[in-house]
Structures are given as structure tokens and as C-alpha cells.
Design a protein around this ligand. Structure first.
Ligand SMILES: *Cc1c(COP(=O)(O)O)cnc(C)c1O
Length: 411
């Protein structure tokens, strides 16, 4: 796709998103290839942080729940996220973490399918997704089980004893991207409810939840949506299921009338039922502001630039003879999300040495160097510099030092 005659400078000049980097506060002399793990700080998020703390909490105290509409923030932010994942209003709510939201949705989905006892997922799914199923199964007892399907041909492994098919659209290690529309359709033809995890999709490329007729989805907001560390996650419940949907974490904020303080729980019949306890308003306000970065850009443009950045990375890496050392373990560009994974036995030390040079990527056990491409703030010049730095580290074995091999608690 990238013609070698284009230099990084020429590609940057033609880039319609080049001005968006200015919306972020990025540290100088850092190239950030880890926006797929924790997005950087948008300028207006920083502004909102001080506004919500000083002006709202500080000045208006408890009256802010009405005055600054804190009470409807989860729906308001949910709808904003909805526009980025192809969901019409009233189907997405912002709350809790992916892990907790998975518990809610899986429980509710099993209840909608009482005759079926199997949750299917891929063995290579993100561990927390699997752990949450394991915890739920423990609670439900021996009738229920988890079944692993191979991600290479999911449709062929779907049988009509499966209640829920829980899939992450983009594999967190390899970047392999599943065909949401086809798989959802195949699953539904067997009466299976679908639950999609959009952790590595939301904000990276267009997602079409409504058009794909997805049943449920969850996602986080601190990766490509740049909501900040521990920013609240989101849940999508297709409108057609909302009347029947009943999740077990029946906290007061999911009650249809929380301020009647009734001793009996009456669930809200909208997506709002997913709320449990009091929402974290500060974090959600910061996220709300962070999402404004997407107001004037299309996800299609983001996706197109991501593909160009990725192709350019590979071209440059080949030119630096890096691909003899680093084995690409991601599928081809059209079948992957916004990341490339490379295998190397010293991937951890290489990643640490790269970070020491100002290029931040990440390591995923056992041997993966994972590079995320977030087109809102990355330039082609960044990619060129990052590859040059990596080439020097590998060719000169600069990573072969004790300090780079010492494992930290977060990798
Ligand atoms: C990042 C990620 C998560 C994180 O879950 P939290 O509960 O929000 O910490 C879950 N699933 C996938 C696929 C992820 O990539």
C-alpha cells in the first residue's frame, strides 16, 4: 500500500489527521506506541479534570448531581461512546470495568436462555474475560460450563447447546480481528446470544454494533478512547433485549426510581439497569471531555491512517533488516486491528531498552513485543525514528543488559 518512494515527511504532509496530535499533552522526546494499553492525556481532559474538581465538586458540592447533571452522566457518556461503536442512542451506558460488566451481561444472558448451559469463548481471549466466566461458573454450579473454540474458524464450532458466545473482536496479543457480522449471524442462526468485547476496537476503527445485530457488547475507555487510567468502561444492550434483560448486581443506581428509597428492588428497564453503585463522576467527566477529540474526525479516517502507519512500520523494519530478528506474529493488515505483534525470545528486554530510548511499546508474555498504532497523535516521522532506534538496539544487542531484564510488576 505504501510506495517506498514516499518519505515520512511526505506522508506526514499528506496526512489529514496530522493536526490532531495538538489535542494531546504528550511528553517531549517520547514516541508513544502503547496507546492501545493506555491512551495519552487529551488537553481538554486535563482542563475538565480541574473544572469538575474545583468548580463542580468544590463550589457546587452535592447540588452538582442536578446542577451539573452528574446523575445523567453515565447515559450521556454512554451515548457518546455509542456513536463511536455504531449504536443508536439509549443502548450504551458508561459504568464499572469490563470485568464487572462481563459478569452482569453473562449472568443476564444465561437467564435469557435457561435451557442452555454453555458459555463459549476462545482460549486465547484476554484472561480477565475468561476469569470472569470461571468465577460465574463457580457460583452457578456444575450444570454450567465453558467451552473453548478456536478463533480461526468459529462459525463451524457453534452448536445449539451454547447459550452465549463471548468474543473479543481483536485478539489482544496477535491483533487478529474477527468478522463481527458473519460470526454474529452464524451464532444467531443457532439461537446463540453474542457478547463482543471491544477493548481493542473502540476508537481504533469503525464498529457497527447495530448493523451487525449484536446482542451485547462491553469495552473499556482507557485504551484508544484516551479516558485515563481506570476510566469507566461501557456496556451495550441491544434495545430489543432491554425489557427482558436482568443483571444480578442490583444496586440502587440501576433501580427504576433510586430516590424513592423503596426496600424492594425494581430494575430500570433501560440500559441504565447496568448501573450498580454511585458512578465515579470525576473519572467519567474526564472521559467525557476526552471523547470530544473524536468530534471532528471519522473512525474511517483513523482506520485508514492506522493501516498506513502499520504498513510504513513494516517497510521501514524490512529496510533495517529487522524482520530477520523479529518474527511478525500478527495476521495480514486487513485481518488485524491497530497493532502489530512481534515474537522474539528477548522481547521483554528489547522493550525495556526501547523505552529507555524514549519509545514506549509493551511486552506481552511469553515473548511478544506489541506495538500499538494510535493515529490521532502518531506521525510517520515518529515511526521512522522508532524503527531506527529499535534497529540499533537489536543489531548492537543493546538490550542484553541486566537492567533491561529485570521484570517490573506491570509489563
Ligand atoms: C484491556 C482489556 C480488558 C480490561 O478489563 P478491565 O476489567 O476494564 O480491567 C478486558 N478485556 C480485554 C479484551 C482487554 O483488552
Amino acid at each position: 500500500m505504501i510506495n517506498k518512494v514516499f518519505t515520512a515527511k511526505q506522508l506526514d504532509e499528506k496526512d489529514p489527521l496530522s493536526c490532531k496530535a495538538d489535542a494531546f499533552l504528550l511528553p517531549k522526546n517520547t514516541i508513544y506506541l502503547d496507546g492501545n494499553s493506555l491512551g495519552p492525556l487529551p488537553k481538554n481532559a486535563e482542563k475538565r479534570a480541574s473544572e469538575v474538581v474545583k468548580m463542580q465538586w468544590g463550589e457546587s458540592l452535592i447540588t452538582s448531581w442536578n446542577k451539573h447533571q452528574w446523575i445523567s452522566l453515565p447515559q450521556q457518556v454512554g451515548d457518546k461512546i455509542g456513536t463511536l461503536v455504531g449504536a443508536k442512542q439509549g443502548q450504551v451506558i458508561c459504568c464499572d470495568s469490563i470485568s464487572i460488566n462481563l459478569f452482569k451481561v453473562l449472568s443476564a444472558a444465561l437467564k435469557m436462555h435457561p435451557e442452555r448451559k454453555v458459555i463459549a469463548t476462545t482460549r486465547d481471549n484476554f484472561p480477565t474475560d475468561i476469569y470472569m466466566v470461571q468465577g460465574l461458573l463457580d457460583l452457578l454450579g456444575d450444570d454450567y460450563s465453558i467451552r473453548y473454540v478456536d478463533e480461526s474458524n468459529i462459525s463451524a464450532q457453534l452448536t445449539d447447546d451454547i447459550a452465549v458466545l463471548m468474543l473479543t473482536q481483536v485478539n489482544f496479543r496477535s491483533g487478529f480481528k474477527l468478522d463481527m457480522k458473519a460470526i454474529t449471524e452464524q451464532a444467531q442462526s443457532k439461537g446463540i446470544l453474542t457478547l463482543w468485547d471491544l477493548a481493542h476496537s473502540a476508537g481504533a476503527f469503525p464498529v457497527y454494533l447495530d448493523d451487525c445485530n449484536v446482542d451485547f457488547a462491553v469495552g473499556c475507555t482507557y485504551k484508544y478512547l484516551n479516558g485515563g487510567p481506570g476510566a469507566p468502561a461501557f456496556v451495550y444492550v441491544a434495545r430489543r433485549h432491554q425489557a427482558r434483560y436482568k443483571q444480578p448486581l442490583s444496586g440502587w443506581m440501576g433501580h427504576n426510581s433510586p430516590f424513592s428509597f423503596s426496600p424492594d428492588y425494581t430494575p430500570d428497564t433501560s440500559v441504565k439497569q447496568n448501573l450498580c453503585g454511585t458512578p465515579g463522576i470525576i473519572g467519567m467527566s474526564i472521559l467525557d471531555a476526552a471523547l470530544d477529540v473524536f468530534d471532528d474526525v471519522s473512525l474511517k479516517a483513523i482506520d485508514e491512517k492506522s493501516k498506513k502507519l502499520q504498513a510504513f512500520f513494516i517497510v521501514e523494519a524490512k529496510r533495517a533488516s529487522l524482520l530477520e530478528e523479529l518474527k511478525v506474529v500478527s495476521p495480514p493488515l486487513d485481518n488485524r486491528g491497530s497493532q502489530i505483534a512481534f515474537a522474539h525470545e528477548d522481547a521483554y528486554a528489547i522493550c525495556q531498552a526501547w523505552i529507555a530510548q524514549g519509545v514506549i511499546a509493551d511486552f506481552r508474555a511469553p515473548n511478544i513485543l506489541r506495538i500499538g498504532f494510535a493515529p490521532l497523535y502518531l506521525s510517520f516521522a515518529d515511526i521512522e525514528k522508532a524503527v531506527m532506534s529499535l534497529a540499533a538496539i537489536i543489531k548492537e544487542k543493546r538490550y542484553d543488559q541486566a537492567i533491561f531484564k529485570q521484570r517490573q510488576s506491570v509489563t
